[in-house]
Design a protein around this ligand. Sequence first.
Ligand code: GTP
Length: 366
Amino acid sequence: MKAVVLVGGQGSRLRPITYDVPKAMVPLRNEPFINYMVNFLRAGGLEGVVLSMGYLPDPIQDYFERWDMGGFSIDYAVEDHALGTAGGIKNTEAYLDGGPIVVVNGDVLSGLKLGDVIAKHRESDALATITLTSVEDPTAYGLVEVDHDMLVHRFLEKPAADEVTTNLVNAGIYVLEPEVLAMIPAGREVSIEREVFPYLQAEGRLRAYVSSSYWKDIGTPRSYLAASHDVLSGVVGTREDFDYLQVDQSVTPSKGVKLLPPVSVAEGCILKGGATIGGRSALGRGCVIGERALVEGSILLDEVEVEPGAVVRGSIIGPGARVGQDAIVRGLSVLGAGCIIGEGNVLDQGVRINPGVVLPPRSMNF
Ligand code: GTP
């Protein structure tokens, strides 16, 4: 069986990072997200994947061209205008063999055993099986109500707190029979969640599989950072030899540098005297952390510079960005590629700075 992974969306909630890096390529513990996806599919016994692409396809394709996938096939279906989630699946049809398929949203990190979902689907007469997971605050999601016999009973889009009847949400992992692909019109935008599933539900042919395995989507800065913390902490995909202090051998920290695990420091990083890196941080390739700077609970993509005395805490810093001397970036702030935060600025409360923006130094003489 093959999988279709939807990686064609713009990832607008994860901007400004996704202006330059497609959501499928954002790093978790210094590995592109799509790697976790491929491992997930392989562990589920699938033979290959068709990537349904649209927005920023090249970095994903370039990445896989460098690897030998050892018998696991990867095909690319690139749409020239957005086809939506169902349209994107339809667009992969030429690479499929006409049998049932697994479909996964390209921003889902899951510890689910795919083989179990496939087996349950096969036991039923459903045209589609949709995996559900429970979340703490369901009001931000589309909820899915299920009957006692696991047929989907009702969809509830982002309900008010007093309308919440379940905390089960669509986990973005499906098994679809070929009849479902056949009913999707080609070449136009169609949503699987809003158009196809409600139709199948009304026909009584949509089944649910409720999973209690680890699940997180990386679609927002908050959930991306949380997924990064989980992966660094070994919560998901842990092996016996999991290394909580993953520091590339090319990195020689200067005197007085504190590295507090779990942490991941990629190739070519320079950690200067008295810098502290920890609290579940990941530093991409070639980052420079200045004297006495502090990086905590954050994701730094490649070639980020944190100047002396600066603080980066619980935030996401895009590739090539620079945080000036004594500046503070905290509180789930997100900096776009190549932006420069001048000396002494304080960014807080989820502020987002677009790629290339330059904030002048803030006078320290007040
Ligand atoms: P937001 O813009 O932040 O909502 O993110 P998104 O673009 O990823 O949209 P959403 O999270 O709703 O999409 C779920 C999955 O479907 C993601 O993995 C997207 O990459 C993918 N997706 C969304 N729209 C399209 C599309 O038009 N074509 C294809 N091929 N995939 C899509």
